[in-house]
Write a protein that binds this ligand. Sequence first.
Ligand code: THG
Length: 267
Amino acid sequence: MIVIGERLNGQFKDVEKAIKNKDKKIVQDLAIGQIEAGADYLDVNVGTAVSSSEKKEAMIWLIEAIQEATDQPLALDTPIDAVMEASLKAAKNPPLINSTQADPEQLEKYINWALEYDASIIALTMDKDGVPNDVQKRVALAGNIVVAAMEAGLPFERLFIDPIILPVSAIQTQPGFVLEALKQLQGLSDPSPHFVIGLSNVSQTASENSLINRTFLAMCIAQGLDSAILDPFDDKLMDVMITAELLLNKQIYSDSYLSAYRSSKSN
Ligand code: THG
């Protein structure tokens, strides 16, 4: 699994406060901690910590604070074009663009940025009409995304398709749609793109969020999910992720497979 640590997001109170107070230590501790817990990328999102006009400055401050502590690649998480472009310029190592929607013009612009900056890219199976309320449109938009990547010459190893999970507390049919879309999208192209979700969305406003997250993660991995934006500090979640991959024969079994996986990540 390609793990994208979700914790450097202004949605979290500690990060919001750090952005407002320009407290680098909190940011840097979260960066190092997530890497030690198994994050391959660090998602960076200012959230609602600052007003729209201050988002670019806040994002650059966050990126620079993180990069003083680590060279781990970043997932640049912003829906604003100007903030994305400035973030791409600020990122030291080839980042992951998070994200573009599947409308042709935005896809073309963002895929061209991925090529220009040597970046990878997450493309969402949604367009200007919003998140599809079914499987079929998700699959159709994923097809458009793959064609756009192919036409632009972006290698599929650098393409992540996100079928978008919404909170189960709000729309209970959505998790099933995501699972079925993942299933239908296997074998979409050879080689396959990656498949990613923002896992914690599924449990937003629910009280059993950790349980819901880890159950849904196991189900998605069984349908071919190979990357997730998640909380790497949730040990039970990470255990489920590692065990799901073991059961799919993607890790070698030994009695100490959990610690073997973790030490392979920290080396
Ligand atoms: N797809 C892609 N990127 C994404 C998402 C996605 N980026 C953002 C988001 N979704 C993934 N990250 C989070 C981070 C936090 C939460 C959910 C998803 C979350 N936060 C708590 C809340 O809002 O209730 C904060 C709780 C707290 O402070 O402890 O749930 O889908 N490509």
